[in-house]
Design a protein around this ligand. Structure first.
Ligand SMILES: Cc1cc2nc3c(=O)[nH]c(=O)nc-3n(C[C@H](O)[C@H](O)[C@H](O)COP(=O)(O)O)c2cc1C
Length: 147
């Protein structure tokens, strides 16, 4: 059984709605186990075949918890090489956070990332939620294909 982690942060609920839809999409594929959470330690990341991070953009940046998680993982030498990575998030006008997350996954952790990140302005509508489900599905399909 392949394992997918969907780790998200959300202050006003928009990225949370996205995260639920990503999980729903990923859950459509048989043979994957999806865990949806807002807290993870660097060591826990090792257990998963795919790591999908949902982050809203505040002050042109990602949430401090996500930054800390990546910093700690780097300091502890946690290897995420070859794992599937994806990022998404709600934003208002600039939307840097998911781009930054994906950049770190790719360049620092050498993960097998799905580009581009999925960005949705403010609250996702039905079409936006469908895009989230499609991202989840894509992650699950990629994870199943990976050796
Ligand atoms: C204090 C504050 C700062 C923000 N800064 C940015 C920003 O720099 N760039 C951006 O695209 N959106 C910014 N936003 C908009 C949020 O990203 C947007 O409201 C988003 O939907 C929040 O997602 P959440 O409900 O998952 O917390 C900001 C919002 C607030 C309240």
């Amino acid at each position: 059984m392949k394992k997918i982690l969907i780790l998200y942060y959300s202050r006003t609920g928009n990225t949370e709605k996205m995260a639920n839809a990503v999980a729903e999409g990923a859950g459509r594929i048989q043979g994957v186990q999806v865990e949806l959470t807002y807290r993870a330690t660097p060591e826990q990341l090792i257990e998963f075949d795919a790591i999908v991070v949902g982050v809203p953009t505040y002050h042109h940046d990602m949430t401090i918890d996500v930054k800390k998680l990546f910093e700690e993982a780097a300091v502890k030498g946690v290897s995420l090489k070859g794992k599937v990575g994806a990022a998404f998030g709600s934003y208002g006008w600039s939307g840097e956070a998911p781009k930054l997350v994906l950049e770190i996954m790719k360049n620092k952790f050498e993960m097998d990332v799905i580009e581009p990140p999925l960005l949705i302005r403010y609250t996702p509508d039905q079409a936006g939620l469908e895009k989230c489900r499609a991202l989840g599905l894509k992650v699950a399909e990629k994870v199943i294909k990976n050796p």
